[in-house]
Design a protein around this ligand. Structure first.
Ligand code: SF4
Length: 327
C-alpha cells in the first residue's frame, strides 16, 4: 500500500485585512482595510459548497478593533461585534455543509470559548519563540502571548493548528526551540493536530522584499526536525503553493493543508494552489486522501465544536477522513 498524504478541500474567507500588527513580511494587511460583507461571504461559501469543499477557513488580521476607524467599518457593514459576526459567518458555513476553521490571530480565552462551539478546529501560528526584528511593530507577536493563547485553546479542548515561519530572521536553534515549545504544549493539553512549516515568501510590496526566502535545504531540515521532535500523532504540514512538496514530503511532512478550488491564497495572492490532480502527479508515490478540518482522533474524542458534530459525522468515513463515497 502506498503511504498517504492528506489535504483539506477548503474555501478561504478573508474576513478583514485590518490588523493591529505590522509584520515586516506581511502582504495581507492594508491601511485602508475592509471587512467582508455578508453578501460577499455567502457568495464565496456557496461557491465552495458547489465545488465540493468541506472546510470554510476564516482568516483575518489580529485584534482589528484596536485599529482606529475599524468601528466605523463595522458600523457601515451593519456589524455590531466582530466575534458575533465570526459566529454568524460560521453558522452560514455550517448551513452549507462546510466545517468552519477560524484563524483570527491572538484571541482571549473568553473569545475562543465563544467561537469554539461553531468551529471544527481553530488555529494560531506560533511563528517563532524568538524576538525577531520582523515583529518589532507587532505587539501581538510576543512569543509568550502566543504560547499562552495556544495553551488556552488546549484548556478549552479545541483541536488546534499552529506552526512556525521559516526565514524571518530566526536561527536554526530558534526553530528547534519553537518546535519544542509546541511539543511541550501538546504534551500538557493534547490538542495540537498539525504543525505548519511555512517558508517566508518575499513579495515586492513588503518591507522585507529584498530578503531571500529560506533555502530548500533549510526548509527540508526544518521539516525533518519537526517530524523527529513532535509525536507521530501531530501531523507536519507544508503548503504546496509555497514550496515544491515532494522533497518536503520525503523529509517527513504528511499533510498539505487547505487547498481551495474556488478561492486564492489571500495571504500569498500570487501563489496559485495546485489542483489535487497536479498534486497527484507531483507526488505519484503517495496516495492523496482528503481529510476534514478536524483530525480523526479529535472526532473520536468529540473535541470539535458541538455545533459542528452532526456535520462531521455526516462527512467522515469510518477512518475519520472524508467519506470516499461522497461526491
Ligand atoms: S499579524 Fe498577520 S495580518 Fe497582521 S501584519 Fe502580521 S502577518 Fe499581517
Amino acid at each position: 500500500m502506498r503511504p498517504f498524504l492528506t489535504y483539506s478541500r477548503n474555501v478561504f474567507i478573508p474576513v478583514t485585512d485590518v490588523c493591529r500588527n505590522r509584520c515586516l513580511y506581511c502582504g495581507f494587511r492594508r491601511d485602508e482595510g475592509k471587512i467582508i460583507s455578508r453578501h460577499e461571504a455567502t457568495d464565496l461559501l456557496d461557491r465552495g459548497a458547489a465545488a465540493g469543499c468541506t472546510e470554510a477557513l476564516f482568516s483575518l488580521g489580529e485584534a482589528p478593533w484596536e485599529v482606529p476607524g475599524f468601528d466605523d467599518l463595522l458600523r457601515n457593514a451593519g456589524i455590531g461585534d466582530l466575534i458575533d459576526y465570526l459566529i454568524e459567518l460560521a453558522e452560514l458555513a455550517l448551513e452549507r455543509d462546510l466545517l468552519p476553521h477560524t484563524n483570527a490571530g491572538l484571541l482571549s480565552k473568553e473569545e475562543m470559548k465563544k467561537l469554539a462551539p461553531y468551529n471544527a478546529s481553530m488555529g494560531l501560528m506560533l511563528e517563532t519563540t524568538s524576538e525577531v526584528g520582523a515583529h518589532r511593530y507587532s505587539p501581538g507577536k510576543r512569543p509568550d502571548l502566543r504560547l499562552k493563547a495556544i495553551a488556552a485553546a488546549g484548556d478549552l479542548r479545541i483541536p488546534f493548528t499552529t506552526g512556525i515561519l521559516v526565514g524571518i530572521g530566526e536561527t536554526r536553534e530558534d526553530r528547534i526551540r519553537s518546535i519544542q515549545a509546541i511539543k511541550r504544549l501538546h504534551e500538557i493539553h493534547g490538542h495540537i493536530q498539525e504543525v505548519i512549516v511555512q517558508p517566508f515568501d518575499p513579495k515586492p510590496e513588503i518591507a522585507m522584499s529584498h530578503q531571500a526566502p529560506p533555502s530548500f535545504e533549510v526548509l527540508a531540515e526544518t521539516v525533518r526536525m519537526a517530524r523527529s521532535i513532535l509525536p507521530s500523532s501531530v501531523a507536519v504540514q507544508v503548503p504546496p503553493n509555497l514550496a515544491d512538496p515532494l522533497p518536503l514530503v520525503e523529509a517527513g511532512a504528511e499533510d498539505l493543508g487547505g487547498i481551495s478550488p474556488v478561492t486564492p491564497d489571500w495571504i500569498n495572492l500570487e501563489r496559485r494552489w495546485p489542483t489535487p490532480e497536479e498534486l497527484g502527479s507531483w507526488l505519484s508515490g503517495f496516495e492523496l486522501r482528503e481529510r476534514l478540518a478536524v483530525y480523526p482522533r479529535y472526532i473520536d474524542l468529540e473535541w470539535c465544536g458541538k455545533m459542528t458534530r452532526s456535520l462531521v459525522e455526516r462527512l467522515a468515513g469510518p477512518d475519520g477522513l472524508r467519506r470516499r463515497d461522497r461526491p
